[in-house]
Design a protein. Structure first.
Length: 135
């Protein structure tokens, strides 16, 4: 299962395959981001697009990652993830390797409901509760 980082220059070729997968993740919380905003962030280099490919099936999953630099750590933040095989160990392991190669010391994502338990099974831990107020 190859994992590929898609540079912005190759986005026009891959976006028609990746966008529907990411849209399924957006549909879980449509107030967070639109598919157009996701495409813009990837095209301008603010976010990164990773896709994975299964033999004889082609691209089966996509993930959108941002890097957040804090004083003591660089966090790979998974914004969107969709497609088949998202939670397979070998997909997650390859994504973690790519994140480390890009300087990340930790990986994180936001989750709620049943997704929390799914991510805990992958070895992630619930470390924070996000408190928010509209301004």
């Amino acid at each position: 299962m190859p994992l590929y980082h898609i540079p912005p220059t190759h986005l026009p070729q891959i976006w028609p395959l990746a966008a529907p997968m990411l849209q399924k993740a957006i549909d879980l919380d449509p107030s967070a981001i639109t598919i157009e905003q996701a495409e813009y962030a990837i095209r301008t280099g603010r976010s990164h697009l990773l896709v994975w490919e299964e033999p004889d099936e082609g691209i089966t999953g996509a993930v959108m990652v941002d890097f957040i630099d804090y004083p003591r750590e660089r966090v790979a933040h998974v914004n969107l993830m969709g497609g088949r095989g998202v939670v397979r160990d070998y997909v997650f392991d390859e994504a973690k390797k790519w994140m480390k190669l890009n300087g990340a010391t930790k990986a994180q994502c936001w989750a709620r409901g049943s997704l929390v338990q799914m991510y805990e099974k992958m070895g992630m831990e619930n470390t924070h509760q996000v408190m928010r107020i509209k301004l």
